[in-house]
Design a binder for this molecule. Structure first.
Ligand code: PMP
Length: 440
């Protein structure tokens, strides 16, 4: 007999899929309980196999920026599907999608499409190492760049959720070529470059970290952290890779680069390479990496850096991405920003009323809630929060029909479908959940 309840499906899944899931955070390992198995979704609402409805604040971890099953996106995919699912040969949609990214993000002169954010960052590292003929990569604690061997040390997202230092199965020599520094620590960056500058191929950073919760880059002496990284790397012949897989086309129309990139020619700076994912595929598997033409020109077949993909530039994925971009006009960012601000206020009010220590941090339209009093500027800070209070809050929200990221180390994702009536439903759930968080 076929099982249909979430509990039955999870039991079956655990027999044949490791931990019952195809990506770790989905297992609810840190918050406990059975993850709802979802059957369908529309706008800001999800339905599970048990017939329950939830307001979604995960949005498939970012891609569903126009809400689920957006009519234009679904129609574009349906139309593309009717013309063939995959060609493994060039098709017009690839050109249109890449032109859109290039037109929105100044530093991207050329872009290659891949199938995930992980592939994007992995490929960007390869280009950076080839271009500089150096091996060492610098990353920041709490930043997550996908499950690339070289980038799992002290990573955010699921690695943070499960308090893992990195991953087994990564060779010692790979780990040796990755240096991890505390996020935002300019002295540490300067000291490392002073000592080992000639070995460093690139710094990779999330444009605004969002995988340890949202920790925006800070200014010091009028210089933003990303610009500081770019200048430091360049002074030593190294490159800056800005990972916008999560922030891209969400934090603003141009991604986080639209928030802290140069506003005039006198302060011009740019990452050399950038990575994207999530929003650019509208819910289908897509990633991309791009940047300076001379660097991207190193890719095969013209250049010596090999990188390829059977399904890269898939016609359904490019159709979903273009339809999503078509919906992301100025009004959409207004709606997103307004939904995000309203939600932040509702959460702050409920937690304050219940006496729950919290701090809400933002990066463009992105935000997250930390269960501690003081601002979070590093992974060390992020770890130092009341995760037990978060867990109580999470389960009370879930019981009341609001689906939050099942971890205190993740951003909350709104969409243009988070209308006033949807936000009202969240508002109704919050006081009880805040009370649960307070009841240690
Ligand atoms: N970089 C960042 C900043 C991310 O947030 C993520 C995914 N959350 C990735 C890379 C990896 O993307 P994917 O899961 O598509 O491999």
């Amino acid at each position: 007999m076929t099982s249909t309840s979430s509990a039955d499906l999870f039991a079956r899944a655990q027999q044949v899929i490791p931990s019952g899931v195809n990506s770790p955070v989905r297992a609810f390992g840190s918050v406990g309980g059975t993850p709802p198995f979802l059957t369908d979704a529309k706008g800001a609402l999800l339905h599970d196999a048990d017939g329950k409805e939830y307001v979604d604040l995960v949005g498939s971890w970012g891609p569903m920026i126009l809400g689920h099953a957006n009519e234009q996106v679904v129609e574009a995919v349906r139309e593309a599907a009717g013309r063939g699912l995959s060609f493994g040969a060039p098709q017009a949609g690839e050109v249109t999608l890449v032109e859109e990214v290039v037109s929105r993000v100044g530093p991207v002169e050329q872009l290659r499409l891949v199938n995930s954010g992980t592939e994007a960052t992995m490929s960007a590292l390869r280009v950076a190492r080839a271009a500089t003929e150096r091996d060492v990569i610098v990353k920041f604690a709490g930043c997550y760049h996908g499950h690339v061997d070289a980038l799992l040390a002290e990573a955010g997202s699921g690695v943070a959720t499960f308090a893992m230092p990195g991953s087994a199965g990564v060779t010692a020599s790979t780990a040796r070529d990755t240096v991890v520094l505390p996020y935002g620590d300019r002295d540490a960056v300067a000291a490392l470059f002073a000592e080992r500058g000639s070995e460093i191929a690139a710094i990779i950073t999330e444009a605004a970290p969002a995988n340890m919760g949202v920790v925006p880059p800070l200014e010091a002496d009028g210089i933003g952290f990303n610009r500081f990284l770019s200048e430091t790397a360049h002074a030593h012949g190294a490159l800056l890779i800005s990972d916008e897989v999560l922030t891209g086309f969400r934090a603003s129309r141009e991604g986080y680069y639209g928030v802290d990139g140069p506003t005039g020619t006198d302060d011009a700076w740019a990452p050399d390479l950038m990575t994207f994912g999530k929003v650019i595929g509208g819910g289908l598997p897509v990633g991309a990496f791009g940047g300076r033409k001379d660097l991207m020109g190193l890719l095969a077949p013209a250049g010596p850096v090999y990188q390829a993909g059977t399904l890269s530039g898939n016609p359904l994925a490019t159709a979903a991405g273009m339809a999503t971009f078509a919906g992301l006009d100025a009004a959409a960012y207004e709606t997103l920003g307004s939904a995000s601000r309203t939600l932040q206020q509702l959460v702050a009010d409920a937690l304050t009323t219940a006496g729950v220590p919290h701090v809400i941090q933002t990066a463009g339209t992105l935000f997250s809630v930390f269960f501690r009093e003081e601002p979070v500027t590093s992974y060390e800070d992020a770890k130092n929060q009341d995760t037990a209070a978060f867990t109580r809050f999470f389960h009370a929200m879930l019981d009341a029909g609001v689906y939050l990221p099942p971890s205190a180390f993740e951003a909350w994702f709104v969409s243009t479908a988070h209308t006033e009536s949807v936000l009202d439903r969240i508002a109704a759930a919050l006081p009880g959940a805040a009370k649960a968080a307070a009841s240690a």
